[in-house]
Design a protein around this ligand. Structure first.
Ligand SMILES: [Zn+2]
Length: 108
């Protein structure tokens, strides 16, 4: 079991990353992505069953959703565009950066 890591501030709103997303591959529109964001709770859920690189890319994906939500909550979140940006930012090393900074801490 893992605890939570550092607080991530997205558009001024606090988020924590937790690795407990169990409904991977089940959600409509997000068929190939492995995370979920609860905007009202400030939680980004990532799947414990995916590889680290997939977790890192999923983290970017969810951060982009949160940024879009807080920038304009009525905006349609086009999954293809969000994932395209997540993939591009992942290639630039943004996923590793976010992961190292905000990953859940191991409980002692
Ligand atoms: Zn998505």
């Amino acid at each position: 079991m893992e605890g939570v890591g550092a607080i991530m501030k997205i558009c001024g709103h606090e988020y924590k990353v937790v690795i407990d997303y169990v409904n991977d591959q089940k959600r409509k529109g997000d068929a190939f992505y492995f995370g979920h964001t609860q905007f009202s709770e400030g939680l980004i859920h990532l799947s414990p069953k995916t590889k680290r690189d997939v977790q890192e890319e999923s983290l970017i994906h969810e951060v982009l959703h949160a940024a879009l939500f807080h920038s304009n909550s009525k905006a349609e979140h086009n999954e293809g565009q969000v994932q395209a940006m997540a993939g591009a930012l992942y290639q630039l090393g943004v996923g590793r950066f976010l992961w190292e900074k905000f990953k859940p801490k191991e409980k002692p």
